[in-house]
Design a binder for this molecule. Structure first.
Ligand code: 13P
Ligand code: SF4
Length: 310
């Protein structure tokens, strides 16, 4: 079926089901365009918590849909493709974290978990962060208590530098952001010397050192809009370029082409398609469901995060 027909069917089914479509900024452009709300992990968590609709169709990856379900358990949460995982989630298996905490009991770690993790890891955490609020949450951690930051060592290192809070870092990284290199950015910079480099904190330190500004996907939009600069080299997953071009017209956004694989695309984020979105609304499946005791344990650190970053 042609895109126009699919979109019309999605809109019709959405009304019939009283559903809201939430999409992350890395989703395919056609999914962003049909969504009711597009944002970063923090904005999506807030939108999921506040919606009055009966159904949330989450166009993102599994941990994001799971978070929507933790925050709003009375709604039906659909994820068009259940295989939409995240390499950061995989980098921190709950059993490994539980064993680490058991083996280091005497340290009494304050556990800060990046939202890109499983519900089991969230349930073991004291507080959750997103890339949009990590500095604020880490700065608010109880003084004098050692901090364990999981699972992203790059976001952890950047946040530690920014806040001055020492943290033990879990060795995890995003396989997409890990691919950016200093040389590739230097090459693009040589082509566009007037452009500013804007980079996601999931990038490695050698790459972050090249950046004029480091921020979450959402802040990239306000930063580029408000800046006097006309051109930006965007160092993150390329899905954000669609939003930047739409919301900040008249400025130029340049992706970094990776020698190894071309454009930096998260294959998990790209699993959702218009067809799968239509099917999930039509069949009311696949549904994200969670054991209630685990949900309640994961809810506490999420609510703490939302409270601190209100
Ligand atoms: P944001 O917190 O900017 O939405 O990023 C989430 C993510 O998965 C980045 O790879
Ligand atoms: Fe996870 Fe990386 Fe994909 Fe973001 S880009 S969802 S961190 S694998």
């Amino acid at each position: 079926m042609k895109t126009v027909g699919l979109v019309a069917e999605i809109v019709r089914l959405k009304q019939q089901r009283n559903a809201v479509i939430l999409a992350h900024s890395y989703q395919r452009p056609e999914i962003q365009d049909v969504a009711d709300f597009v944002g970063d992990s923090l904005a999506l968590a807030r939108a999921a918590q506040q919606t009055q609709c009966d159904v949330i169709v989450f166009c993102g990856v599994h941990f994001m849909a799971e978070t929507a379900c933790i925050l709003n358990p009375t709604r039906t949460v659909l994820l068009p493709d259940m295989e939409a995982s995240c390499s950061l989630e995989t980098a921190c298996p709950v059993q490994e974290l539980a064993s680490f905490l058991e083996a280091n009991k005497e340290k009494n770690y304050y556990v800060i978990a990046y939202i890109n993790c499983s519900i089991g890891v969230k349930a073991l955490a004291d507080v959750i962060v997103t890339s949009g609020n990590a500095q604020q949450i880490v700065a608010a951690a109880p003084p004098g208590r050692p901090i364990l930051f999981v699972p992203d060592e790059n976001l952890g290192a950047w946040t530690s530098q920014k806040t001055g809070r020492e943290m033990t870092l879990w060795h995890g990284a995003c396989h997409v952001h890990q691919l950016f290199t200093r040389d590739q950015i230097l090459k693009v910079k040589a082509q566009y010397p007037d452009a500013q480099v804007v980079c996601h904190p999931e990038c490695r330190e050698v790459v972050r050192l090249m950046a004029d500004y480091i921020c979450s996907t959402e802040k990239m939009i306000s930063y580029c809009r408000e800046s006097a600069v006309q051109r930006f080299i965007i160092v993150t997953e390329t899905g954000i370029l669609h939003r930047l071009r739409k919301l900040v017209p008249g400025k130029e956004f340049i992706p970094v082409i990776l020698e190894s694989c071309g454009c930096a695309e998260c294959e998990y984020m790209k699993l959702n398609t218009l067809e799968k979105l239509r099917n999930s609304l039509r069949d009311m499946s696949p549904v994200v469901s969670l054991p209630e005791d685990l949900r309640l344990r994961a809810l506490k650190p999420l609510e703490r995060m939302l409270e601190i970053s209100r």
